[in-house]
Ligand binder design. Structure first.
Ligand SMILES: Cc1cc2nc3c(=O)[nH]c(=O)nc-3n(C[C@H](O)[C@H](O)[C@H](O)COP(=O)(O)O)c2cc1C
Length: 437
């Protein structure tokens, strides 16, 4: 579903529709009232062969508003991706605040599919704190933002605000479509946030984890079709929609919830920053200030190691390692020591990335590979991490040798016929190799 809102770049939405059609994507178009001041709906109905949706309402007879034939809920369910290009400052504000006063903004609230926006506007409108705040809200919520470029703007000013090229926007849509159902049937258990270990009735030892990375992973997994169980330490974030949220406070509660729910999961991602130590004794009364205070700390249980020990066949387990030094060495040591399938290694010493930040950079580490994931918003990184997990899970091709004696070969081939990837590898007299999934 391509949404067109009322900016100068509205005419470029026609190029976007064409670019999507070249990729064999079926397109419906919805236009805001302002968009129709810039481009005629006829342009899009001619390109798509479908009626362009121009209103929630249609006038039937003198002055009597009736709902027209197009149902926004049905359209919301039809759409695999909603992309808005150009996205005006106004439509971004409406999306961010849940205002549903026309077809496009109502559709946004009604769809559970991935949403992508390609903003375009005057540089001052773009830089305005209101617009940037709304974009941040949308980004947190998992909306994909195809950033505008910098250059000459239609208003005569120079700066950020030019809509991204239609081909770039189409590529973002195609990538979202590719991911749309690739976790269908999976049950993903994600842990997020930090834990709190009580010292007395009012104080605790905690850490700066905000839960943003884990919540982004939960949101990404859900939008790719998984059932998601999100086990979260205290966090001020709003839980992603349609995830089963389990709230915990301490490392011990986190352990209990993870062990109780892990059997349901096909994939466990441990992004929480769980305390390594807890106070040995918790004071029943509030501690009073009285000179030097020594605390005795006891180690908490190692949840990741325990999850690995209890894993079922086929269950994939991915841990996180937050490191401030010797990132790769420590990450690899953790991977081997814990027996997880992969470790996402974060550098939390850098400025503006990692703990409590909106950005992150990481290395996805398995026993055989190390994939660098450069700095990007956490929601985007979440998708890249899930991509890597799926690549890791995909069965690797194996080579099977066949005996060319006729009946033996026929029997052998029948057993594996659905899984043959390549047939043409003769290896010496009387023997051939097949590559099998
Ligand atoms: C000539 C003209 C060009 C405009 N271009 C833009 C634009 O590029 N981006 C934008 O956010 N608003 C632009 N506006 C303002 C929007 O059209 C206006 O905020 C409108 O309410 C947006 O409605 P919509 O979001 O429902 O489409 C423009 C207005 C005019 C008159």
């Amino acid at each position: 579903m391509v949404g067109v809102s009322g900016g100068i770049a509205a005419y470029k939405a026609a190029e976007l529709v064409r670019a999507l059609q070249r990729q064999a994507v079926e397109v419906h178009v919805v236009m805001t009232a302002s968009a129709q001041k810039f481009v005629q709906p006829l342009t899009f109905s001619a390109l798509t062969g479908h009626t362009v949706i121009t209103s929630l309402w249609e006038e039937w007879g003198p002055g009597a508003p009736e709902q027209n034939g197009i149902d926004h809920i049905a359209e919301a369910q039809w759409a695999d991706v909603l992309v808005v290009a150009p996205a005006t400052a106004n439509i971004l504000a409406k999306f961010a605040h849940g205002i549903a006063d026309d077809f496009l903004s109502t559709l946004y609230l009604a769809t559970t599919s991935p949403v992508i926006v390609a903003p375009a506007m005057n540089v001052n409108m773009w830089n305005h704190a209101a617009t940037q705040g709304n974009l941040e809200t949308l980004r947190q919520r998992g909306v994909g933002i195809v950033e505008p470029g910098t250059g000459d703007l239609a208003c005569g000013m120079v700066g950020a605000g030019r809509m991204a090229e239609p081909e770039t926007i189409a590529a973002a849509v195609v990538s979202a479509l590719g991911r749309r159902h690739d976790l269908a049937g999976e049950v993903v258990l994600v842990t997020a946030g930090g834990t709190r270990e009580a010292l007395d009735p009012v104080r605790f030892i905690g850490n700066r984890s905000s839960g943003k990375m884990g919540y982004a992973l939960a949101e990404a997994a859900r939008s790719r079709g998984a059932r998601v169980i999100l086990i979260s330490g205290p966090s001020s974030l709003q839980a992603p929609a349609h995830c089963e949220l389990v709230r915990v406070t301490t490392a011990e509660q986190m352990r209990g919830s993870v062990l109780a729910r892990m059997d349901e999961a096909t994939l466990v991602i441990k992004a929480a920053a769980v305390a390594d130590y807890r106070p040995l004794a918790v004071s029943a009364q509030k501690l009073k200030r009285a000179g030097l205070l020594r605390l005795e700390l006891a180690p908490t249980e190692d949840i990741l190691a325990e999850v690995v020990r209890r894993r079922k066949a086929g269950q994939l387990i991915v841990g996180f390692a937050a490191e401030t030094e010797n990132r790769m060495e420590n990450g690899r040591a953790k991977l081997l020591a814990k027996g997880a399938d992969a470790i996402v290694v974060n550098d939390v010493a850098g400025d503006g990335i990692g703990i409590d930040s909106d950005m992150n950079a990481a290395t996805f580490l398995t026993r055989a590979t190390a994939v660098e994931l450069p700095q990007m918003p956490k929601r985007q990184l979440a998708d890249r991490i899930l991509d890597e997990i799926l690549t890791f899970r995909r069965p690797r091709p194996v080579v099977v040798e066949l005996d060319e004696a006729r009946d033996v070969e026929a029997r052998q081939k029948q057993a594996i016929q659905d899984r043959v990837l390549d047939e043409s590898l003769p290896v010496g007299a009387g023997r051939r190799q097949l590559i099998v999934e």
